[in-house]
Design a protein around this ligand. Structure first.
Ligand SMILES: Cc1cc2nc3c(=O)[nH]c(=O)nc-3n(C[C@H](O)[C@H](O)[C@H](O)COP(=O)(O)OP(=O)(O)OC[C@H]3O[C@@H](n4cnc5c(N)ncnc54)[C@H](O)[C@@H]3O)c2cc1C
Length: 617
C-alpha cells in the first residue's frame, strides 16, 4: 500500500500517527534480534516502518531483504531508503525492480552521504541530487511507488542557506515526492521556522518531523556532531550534570521526547517519525507518555495481522492452527494466487510450501547466540515433568521464547492462564488457545479488532499434546459433552475425531455496522493435517536439535514426538459452554470455587477426584 494514502487518511481523521526507522544490523544474530524487536513494536501499530540504506550502498542486499521480510511476514507497510551514492542508474533500476517484485511500494529517495571523511561525488552514470532520483522513479515506474524525500529544518550541511535548501526541497516535491521526513532536531523553534519557509515556498505535502529519543549521552553527542543540528542550551544544561548516569539520561530523553511531540502536534505535525536506532524502550516510553498506545485495538484490522504483500492484502480468513506462527503460514502459502477466496483446498496439494524458507527467518535457529539463549530458556530436560515445566513457565509469562509461538504469549491468554498452567502441569501440553468471548466491543484492548462500533465473538479453542493414556481418558469422557468438537492425530497420522473430514467452522467472528459478518479465523478439519506435520516437526527441529545426538534430553523429546497425540478442541457453545469442564470431569482441573458452582458438576468432580488423575505416561 502507498504510505501516503494512510498518512492522508490519518490527517483527515485528525489522528496523529507514528512511524519507526530501523537500520540493518551487521551480524546474523543482530538481525534476528532486530526481527524480534520489530515484531514487538509492530503491536504498537506504526503507520509504517522504514529501513535505511547503508552509507555508500554498503547494506543494499540486507536492506532489501529486511524490507521484503517485514512487508511479507510482519504485516507492516514498509518504506525502503535508497541513495544515489555509488549507484549508476542501471544499478538503481535493478534495485527498484527487485523492490517492486518483492511487493515494496514505498521508497525514501535520497542522494546519500559520502563514505566517511570524504566529499560526496556523483557516480559515473548516476545522479547528483535526490530530485533526479525522484524524477527518474516517476518516469520509469509512474505511480507504482509512493516516494518520500528528506527535509532539513536547520538546512542541509552543504546548503548555502536555509532558503536555498528549502527551495531544493520544493524542487524534490515538484519532481514527484509525496511527503517529507525531516532530519532529527532538538530545537522546536528551528522547526517552526522551517514550516514557515516551506509554506512560503508553496510546499503542500505532509511533513513528518524526525525525532531522536536520547538514550545515552555518548550516542546523543555523536549524532549531534554528525548531523550538525543545534541543541538548545536548556537541553545541554539538563544533560551535562547527569551525563554519567545512563538511567537519568534515558528518563530525561523520554521526558524531552514527550514534550517535543506535544509541541509538534500544536504546530500542526500530522505525526512523528522515530529514529529508533533499533531500540524499543525509549520509543515505547515516549508513546506511553503521550497516551498514544491506548485504543490500539481500534487499529487492528483483523485478529491476526494481514500481510502487506500486494497480493495478500485482501486475505480475510485463516485457519486458527497457525495463529501463533503467522510467518510460517505466510511462508507456506506465499505462492497462492487466489486470495482471499482460494482457501487452502487440497491438503495434499504442493501449494503448501515447505517449511525450509520459514526456518531461515525463524529466530535464527542454528545461530550460536540464539541456540544459547534457547538452551538457557528450556534447560536440559531429563524427565517428562521437566518438559511440562517449560510449558508451564511459558503460560505463566516466565519465558519469552517457546517453540510453537512466534513472539510473546497473546494478551487474551491471560484470561485462561490459571487453567492452562494447571493443564500443562498435568501433562496436557498446550500450544494454542483462545478464550470464549460471547460478544465484546471491537475496541476491547485484548480481543478487539476490526474498527470501531463492532461486536466480536470467539469460541473457546484449545490445542495440546497429550500422551496415549491421557488421550484415552479424554475419549472415554468426551461424549458427555455434546457441544465439544475435537480432532486428535499422532505423528503417523492415526486420527480420532467427531468432526466430518471436510468440516470448517468459524471460531472468531465480528459484527460491524453496514457490513456482512466477518469470520477471520476458522478450524478447518482438512488443514489440521497439514498443520500437524509442522506441529510435530517443531519438537525435533526447534527443540530436540538443540541437544547433542544421543543425549538424554534429545531422546526424551524425540520420544514425545513419536508417542504423543495432538488434540484440538472447540467449545461450540460460546455463551454458556466451558471448554475446561471436561478436564474437571477428568480430575485434571479443580472445580471452580465460589457461589457460581454448578452442583451437578461438583458431584461429578468429587466422584472422579477419588480416582487417580489420568496423567503421566
Ligand atoms: C529522513 C532521512 C533519512 C536518511 N536516510 C539515509 C539512508 O538510509 N542512507 C544514507 O546514506 N543517508 C541517509 N540520509 C542522509 C542523506 O543521505 C544525507 O543527508 C545526504 O547528504 C543528503 O541527501 P538528500 O536526499 O537530502 O540530498 P539532496 O536533496 O540531493 O540534497 C543534497 C544537497 O544538495 C543540495 N541540492 C539539492 N538540489 C540541488 C541543486 N539542484 N543544485 C544545487 N544543490 C542542490 C541540497 O541543498 C543539499 O545540500 C537520510 C537523511 C534523512 C533526513
Amino acid at each position: 500500500m502507498h504510505i501516503i494514502d494512510k498518512i492522508n487518511q490519518r490527517i483527515d481523521e485528525k489522528k496523529p500517527f507514528y512511524s519507526f526507522e530501523y537500520f540493518p544490523p551487521a551480524t546474523e544474530d543482530g538481525l534476528h534480534n532486530l526481527y524480534g524487536r520489530i515484531e514487538r513494536m509492530a503491536a504498537l501499530e506504526p503507520v509504517f516502518v522504514d529501513i535505511t540504506w547503508g552509507a555508500g550502498g554498503s547494506t543494499s542486499e540486507r536492506t532489501l531483504g529486511i524490507a521484503e521480510n517485514l512487508q511479507t511476514f510482519f504485516g507492516l507497510d514498509v518504506m525502503m531508503h535508497l541513495t544515489c551514492t555509488n549507484m549508476s542508474v542501471e544499478r538503481l533500476d535493478k534495485v527498484l525492480e527487485k523492490a517492486r517484485h518483492a511487493g515494496i511500494r514505498n521508497i525514501l529517495a535520497l542522494r546519500g552521504d559520502p563514505p566517511r571523511d570524504s566529499v560526496w561525488e556523483r557516480t559515473e552514470g548516476g545522479f547528483s541530487y535526490a530530485h533526479e532520483l525522484v524524477s527518474h522513479i516517476r518516469e520509469r515506474f509512474g505511480d507504482e511507488f509512493c516516494i518520500a524525500v528528506a527535509g532539513y529544518p536547520e538546512g542541509h550541511l552543504e546548503a548555502e542557506d536555509k532558503d536555498i535548501c528549502t527551495s531544493h526541497l520544493k524542487h524534490k516535491v515538484d519532481c514527484g515526492a509525496d511527503f517529507i521526513i525531516t532530519q532529527l532536531f532538538f530545537d522546536i523553534d528551528e522547526y517552526a521556522d522551517f514550516l514557515q519557509r516551506c509554506d512560503k515556498q508553496g510546499i503542500r505535502c505532509p511533513i513528518i518531523p524526525g525525532l531522536f529519543p536520547i538514550h545515552t549521552f555518548d550516542r546523543f553527542k555523536k549524532f549531534v556532531q554528525f548531523t550538525g543540528v543545534n541543541v538548545p542550551a536548556a537541553v545541554w544544561d539538563h544533560l551535562e550534570p547527569i551525563r554519567q548516569d545512563d538511567a537519568a539520561v534515558r528518563s530525561y530523553g523520554v521526558e524531552l521526547g514527550i514534550k517535543m511531540c506535544e509541541r509538534l502536534i500544536e504546530l500542526g505535525a500530522p505525526g512523528y517519525h522515530f529514529y529508533t536506532l533499533n531500540l524499543q524502550s525509549p520509543v515505547m516510553r515516549i508513546l506511553e507518555g503521550l497516551d498514544a498506545t491506548n485504543g490500539l485495538a481500534a487499529d487492528r484490522q483483523l485478529p491476526w495481522r494481514p500481510s502487506t504483500f500486494p497480493t495478500r492484502r485482501e486475505e480475510d480468513v485463516r485457519p486458527i492452527f497457525w495463529s501463533n506462527r503467522p510467518k510460517s503460514y505466510l511462508a507456506r502459502t506465499m505462492d497462492w494466487d487466489e486470495f482471499p477466496n482460494g482457501r487452502w483446498g487440497d491438503r495434499h496439494s504442493p501449494s503448501f510450501g515447505a517449511l525450509k524458507d520459514y526456518y531461515l527467518l525463524r529466530r535464527g535457529i542454528g545461530l550460536e547466540e540464539t541456540d544459547q539463549k534457547l538452551l538457557e530458556a528450556y534447560g536440559e530436560p531429563e524427565s517428562y515433568e521437566d518438559i511440562y515445566e517449560v510449558f508451564v513457565r511459558f503460560c505463566a509469562g516466565e519465558l519469552d521464547t517457546f517453540p510453537w509461538v512466534d513472539g510473546e504469549i497473546q494478551a487474551e491468554t491471560q484470561r485462561i492462564s490459571t487453567e492452562l498452567i494447571a493443564l500443562n502441569k498435568a501433562g496436557f501440553l498446550t500450544i494454542n488457545s483462545q478464550p470464549q468471548v460471547a460478544g465484546a466491543p471491537s475496541n476491547d484492548p485484548e480481543v478487539g479488532w476490526g474498527g470501531p462500533n463492532g461486536i466480536v465473538y470467539q469460541k473457546a479453542y484449545l490445542e495440546l499434546f497429550l500422551s496415549d493414556k491421557n488421550l484415552n481418558a479424554f475419549l472415554d469422557h468426551v461424549d458427555k459433552f455434546p457441544t465439544l468438537t475435537y480432532q486428535a492425530v499422532n505423528f503417523s497420522g492415526e486420527t480420532h475425531s467427531n468432526l466430518r473430514p471436510d468440516a470448517v467452522s468459524a471460531v472468531t467472528w465480528g459484527i460491524f455496522p453496514g457490513k456482512e459478518i466477518i469470520q477471520p479465523t476458522v478450524v478447518d478439519a482438512e488443514t489440521f493435517h497439514v498443520w500437524k506435520d509442522e506441529a510435530f516437526e517443531i519438537w525435533r527441529e526447534e527443540w530436540a536439535a538443540l541437544y547433542d545426538e544421543g543425549s538424554a534430553s534429545r531422546r526424551l523429546i524425540e520420544e514425545i514426538h513419536d508417542s504423543y497425540w495432538l488434540l484440538n478442541l472447540v467449545e461450540n457453545d460460546y455463551v454458556n459452554g466451558d471448554i475446561f469442564t471436561i478436564f474437571r470431569d477428568l480430575g485434571v482441573l479443580e472445580q471452580p470455587a465460589g457461589p457460581h458452582q454448578d452442583l451437578k458438576r461438583n458431584d461429578a468432580g468429587a466422584r472422579l477426584a477419588k480416582e487417580p488423575a489420568p496423567t503421566g505416561n
